[in-house]
Design a protein around this ligand. Structure first.
Ligand SMILES: [Zn+2]
Length: 161
């Protein structure tokens, strides 16, 4: 087994598809646990702070985010509350290489999900951590940061090649 998945770019259809809910009964299987570990390995191999499953061609509603100094698996996540206050952040994405830009998003979010043991978890996050989970959650609906970007800070977009 290779140590990491290949990260797909925006050119791959799976990155633009809406991903499907995970069956909770599947979470504790060895196969699923191995898949979560492999997602985490891939995120680190690519120096990412988050990675969403469709970015490796698996259209499940799963992402990994490095928050609270840990790599946390979010399974079937839902953003249940967002603040009116917004924050502008420079974002980039493993699936949109060499492009960075400004995205405005809610400054605070409450997100629920199942953890890697299938238990319900809930986080209140703000600023960078809130942005990471919103960016990753968007991937599960086939949405990329460039769709919301108001200003390009590095690279060129629209991408011409
Ligand atoms: Zn991304």
């Amino acid at each position: 087994m290779s140590p990491a998945y290949e990260v797909l770019t925006y050119k791959n259809a799976s990155v633009r598809e809406r991903s499907l809910e995970v069956d909770a009964g599947e979470i504790t299987t060895k196969e699923f646990q191995d898949y979560l570990d492999k997602l985490i390995i891939t995120m680190h191999a690519e120096d990412g702070i988050g990675i969403a499953s469709p970015q490796v061609g698996i259209n499940k509603r799963v992402f990994i985010a490095h928050i609270k100094h840990q790599d946390i698996a979010f399974i079937n996540p839902k953003i249940v509350k967002t603040s009116e206050a917004t924050v502008e952040t420079e974002e980039g994405c493993l699936s949109v290489p060499h492009v960075y830009g400004i995205v405005t998003r809610p400054k605070r979010v409450t997100i629920t999900a199942l953890d890697r043991h299938g238990r319900k978890m809930e986080f209140d996050l703000k600023n960078t951590e809130a942005v990471i989970v919103q960016h990753e959650n968007d991937h599960l609906d086939g949405v990329l940061f460039v769709d919301k970007m108001t200003e390009v800070t590095k690279g060129t977009y629209p991408i011409t090649n």
